[in-house]
Design a protein around this ligand. Sequence first.
Ligand code: NAD
Length: 357
Amino acid sequence: MKDSVFNYQPLTRAIEAIVFAGGSDAREAKLVAENLVLANLLGHDSHGIGMIPRYIDAVLEGGLAPNQHPKATLDTGALLALDGCKGYGQVIGREATQMAIERARQHGSCVMALGNSHHLGRIGHWAEMAVAEGLVSIHFVNVISHARVAPYGGRDARFGTNPCCIGIPLPGEAPFVLDYATSAVAQGKLRVAHNKREKVPPGRLIDPEGRPTDDPRYAVIPPFGAMLAFGEHKGYGMAIACELLGGALSGGGTWHYEESTRQRVMNGMVAILIDPKRLGTAAAFEREARLFLEWLRKGRPAPGSDRVRLAGEPEREMRAKRMREGIPVDDTTWQEIQRAADKVKLSREQLQRLAKG
Ligand SMILES: NC(=O)c1ccc[n+]([C@@H]2O[C@H](COP(=O)([O-])OP(=O)(O)OC[C@H]3O[C@@H](n4cnc5c(N)ncnc54)[C@H](O)[C@@H]3O)[C@@H](O)[C@H]2O)c1
């Protein structure tokens, strides 16, 4: 199946136009579009513009409310609890993270609990905001959407792809940003694989009878099987930690429902921001981090690998490539986006004109 290739700037304008036509104000439409296109630029197509059809369906169903801002239910400085008001995660996540950054700078750290936000997209986006201000940023997130992941030792899907993320500013170089779903593969990547009619590697999926399968359809269309957590019992444990912290401790809610047909994707998040300069270990942190990274990089690459990388590097490499060469979008995804535009009465001609620049 062929891909269309878009330059990121016109593609952003096209996505912005759909979100705007869906009832968002101009600022929100811009933030949502920029966030999604950035995910594509970084190579995470699962969290890029392919989310737009779901967002528009969620708006039309009333599960996603345009033009919301986080409301503080508790704000003691180092402890911050926020209600995301079902708003676009691209706005709620940004404003919540800005509030947490201000408090961490003032108090040395901030524990931020955010419930009831619509899809927060790439969680690394929020860690990157904090890291850019010199803060360590740790995130546990749950997903209220569909149960798609089976517990270790289980056969039935019981929770979502619950991502976690750790961002650490590094002396003299770009930050460490570890950011992944606790499922062996992100749900959206299976959607992309299904759209491209690709198989998935072993160990990611089981069919409805609990048998291993390489067919992404079992994660995308009924009858559903289940995804597996990464790293067997270890990844499974992290997924549960994300549900208990991101879902329960955030106040947003955990997954305990039979299957839902609704299109909204809610995220709960607990984020812990730490100012390393305020912990009294700043000099050691800088020295030891540098020495460790030098030591790490003196190791030999494995056969088939050009070099050892740190988390965050593959995304930066992909960003440089896609800014140069454009963003490939598969035909199925683009058709789904066109149908989303139809639903909010943005003409396909206008969408195409904007996307091609
Ligand atoms: N909002 C939600 O509900 C939700 C749910 C699930 C996932 N997500 C997001 O989906 C995105 C993709 O998740 P994923 O699980 O597919 O990610 P992934 O499996 O691609 O892993 C990405 C992480 O691994 C690192 N990495 C990749 N290759 C590396 C290498 N060679 N050396 C060192 N580090 C390397 C990356 O820098 C990154 O930190 C994430 O941004 C995540 O936050 C969001």
